[in-house]
Ligand binder design. Structure first.
Ligand SMILES: [Zn+2]
Length: 206
């Protein structure tokens, strides 16, 4: 499977156990240790990171969506987590299921050797119905997303896949983290794409 990273320094993080010093590298600039037991995990910092992954997707012509999955490492003595990073690659592959959330879950399952992935998934926008189903199936414990998706969101916008009584696994869902930045990113992408489709001004009809 090709790396989701172009930057070799960051590709080395894929699926690795993140030690406290490395967590600071991944998690942000303020030195808070991410993922350790008893330490507040800064959702906003992870979301900012996911938004930067979405930026990479946009540069490749993909709808900008980024995802980060943190899975506590059962063998880690100090509460380390493994981190899986992905961006939307639907056009690049091409694959209708290659949403950022799906790629993060697949990378985790392949690396951990289990479909029962668990952990916390950060994604820049409200997941679609396909991804919501996969998140439940993978037994993700907590979903944190950025902006709502009024057209396709399955965490309450068009349907609430996580609140269904039929779901055999309960996911804690928190939306609206860095929502303005995530929504602005999507708006800018679609505005730019509309501009490209219109192309340069044609000959005047006058
Ligand atoms: Zn999706």
């Amino acid at each position: 499977m090709p790396s989701v990273w172009e930057n070799p320094a960051e590709s080395a993080l894929l699926g690795q156990v993140i030690e406290p010093s490395r967590r600071a590298l991944v998690g942000g600039r303020d030195g808070i240790v991410r993922g350790a037991r008893g330490v507040v995990i800064d959702d906003c910092e992870w979301m900012v990171r996911a938004i930067s992954l979405a930026d990479e997707a946009a540069r490749l012509g993909e709808v900008p969506v980024g995802a980060i999955l943190l899975v506590p490492d059962a063998t880690g003595a100090h509460g380390e987590s493994r981190v899986f990073l992905a961006r939307n690659e639907k056009e690049t592959r091409p694959d209708p299921t290659a949403h950022a959330e799906m790629l993060a879950l697949r990378a985790a399952a392949a690396t951990l050797g289990t479909w029962r992935v668990g952990g916390t998934l950060y994604v820049t926008k409200e997941p679609c119905l396909m991804c919501a189903g996969a998140i439940v199936a993978a037994r993700v414990q907590r979903l944190v997303y950025g902006c709502d998706d009024p057209k396709a969101g399955a965490a309450g916008s068009i349907i609430d896949a996580f609140g269904s009584a039929a779901a055999n696994h309960h996911v804690v869902v928190e939306g609206g983290v860095e929502a303005d930045a995530a929504a602005a990113q999507l708006r800018a992408f679609f505005a730019a794409r509309r501009g490209e489709r219109r192309g340069p001004p044609g000959p005047s009809v006058l």
